[in-house]
Design a protein around this ligand. Structure first.
Ligand code: UDX
Length: 441
């Protein structure tokens, strides 16, 4: 098609409702949000306070391991609708929407630290145009929409809550193909404007008040964590009664009210969200006068699970960890990410080392980690060399395809504790290994 001289192909391809969005903070959530909005056709400017990170992003490189993210970042940058800038103040000028995606780390008492979000709101305030919608995507305690309103001090800029439900490792797919979009706002017009950003996305959009949107985020993560602690508790029962937890979960999952997802037993749950959000929700409830004992139990069961895995490894080492060499497969909190935050694998390793073991670990996404007693090695075979026990701690697919004959020659003792139930236990046992999974013999 012949284009008019003042119109290029990008203009022709652009959707009718392109918005100008600023994203403050380029962590997992901010970078995914910015890149995905850009890939939906919006004009996005992402800001961060870290100059090294901003330079890296400007060069089209991304600092995290996230499937598909680098490709959509580069594509959108080439198309000219995704850019990066240092500092948030000028990033927000002339923008229709500002997404706050700054961290809300956990404080010693379990509550969320809101200082970053307050600082970001105060910094952008003088630079916002009239009517700019400020959207809170950071996970924040119920009532934080109000707090952002106060920090902004701008009655002409509505604040809306739009919590994220992204999983690391599939964040791009989750953003572009979500189960739902939740928008919490008192101002219906602002809510409708935020909803319009998701026109290219096929998903139910729930518009509610800010407190309900904020609670939905915490309650969803707490429910998923509950599901996992339940699975791990049932796994303990299965071990005691001689049942197989994998079959039990399959049998349960066929019930549509339960579903098959999120029923894999493991060494406990971790990551940047579940531990922080479950503690925060118990705290939020407590502050509001409700003792969320169920959720406290969920957290306790998870802590016990780390200990149960350590006990299994100790038993597999002959009842004594002092002086034992453990070969650990996996360090990240789950497969598909390089994230070590609150990793169950690291927690188990730390406890093994506390009981006197040394650990040689391999993870496909991690090349080093500073912990006394832990050596990160180049592959699973190096981790197996001289090991008294091998333990699978993260469910990376490649651990399923290892050469077991080679491992059998490298180890000191043929003993495996598979905390993710991913190895072919028949194949392992045929090579003379003792095998222990979670919740099955
Ligand atoms: C989670 C939520 O899923 C997401 O919606 C929210 O926005 C952020 O927190 P994420 O932290 O990326 O996402 O990890 P997720 O895939 O949910 O796994 C959390 C933990 O549970 C990991 O340690 C994982 O290994 C464990 N897990 C998950 C299991 O042990 N078994 C399962 O069946 C699923």
């Amino acid at each position: 098609m012949e284009l008019p001289p003042d119109m290029d192909q990008a203009t022709v391809n652009a959707p009718e409702l392109t918005s100008r969005i600023a994203v403050i903070g380029t962590g997992y959530v901010g970078l995914t949000t910015g890149a995905c909005f850009a890939s939906l056709g919006h004009d996005v400017l992402c800001a961060d306070i870290d100059p090294v990170k901003v330079d890296m992003l400007k060069a089209g490189k991304i600092p995290i391991h996230e499937d598909g993210l680098e490709a959509i970042v580069q594509e959108a940058m080439e198309a000219g609708n995704l850019n990066f800038v240092l500092g948030s103040a000028h990033a927000v000028e002339g923008r229709d929407f500002v997404y706050l995606c700054v961290p809300t780390p956990q404080m010693p008492d379990g509550s969320a630290d809101l200082s970053y979000i307050e600082a970001a709101a105060a910094e952008i305030s003088p630079h916002l145009g009239r009517g700019t919608v400020v959207v809170n995507k950071s996970t924040v305690p119920v009532g934080s929409t109000r707090l952002v309103e106060q920090a902004l001090g701008r009655t002409d800029c509505p604040v809306v809550s739009n919590p994220e439900f992204l999983r690391e490792g599939s964040a791009v797919a989750d953003f572009l193909n979500p189960d739902r979009v939740v928008i919490g706002a008192d101002d219906q017009q602002a809510a409708t404007r935020v909803a319009s950003l998701f026109l290219g996305v096929r998903a139910p959009i729930l518009v509610t008040d800010p407190a309900s949107a904020e609670t939905t985020k915490y309650a969803s993560n707490a429910f998923l964590a509950t599901k996992l602690s339940f699975v791990n508790a049932v796994a303990a029962v299965c071990e005691a009664v001689g049942a197989d937890v994998n079959d039990v979960m399959l049998g349960m999952g066929y019930d549509k009210r339960i579903g098959h997802q999120f029923l894999r037993p493991g060494p406990g749950w971790g990551g940047s969200c579940f531990p922080k959000d479950t503690r925060a929700l118990t705290r939020i409830a407590e502050d509001a006068g409700y003792d969320f004992s169920l959720l406290r139990g969920v957290i306790e069961v998870n802590d016990d699970q780390f200990g149960r895995v350590v006990d299994k490894i100790e038993a597999a080492a002959g009842g004594e960890l002092a002086g034992a060499v453990i070969g650990a497969f996996g360090l990240t909190f789950k497969a598909g990410t390089d994230d070590l935050r609150e990793s169950p694998a690291l927690e188990v390793i730390k406890r093994l080392i506390d009981r006197g073991a040394t650990v040689k670990a391999f993870d496909p996404a991690v090349s080093s980690h500073d912990m006394d007693g832990l050596e990160v090695v180049a592959d699973a075979y190096a981790a197996s060399e001289g090991a008294d026990v091998i333990t699978v701690l993260t469910e990376w697919d490649e651990f399923k395809w290892l050469d077991l004959d080679k491992i059998a020659e490298l180890v000191n003792q043929k003993s495996i504790v598979d905390s993710r139930n991913i190895l072919d236990r028949g194949a392992v046992r045929r090579r003379g290994f003792t095998y222990q999974g979670i919740g099955r013999n």
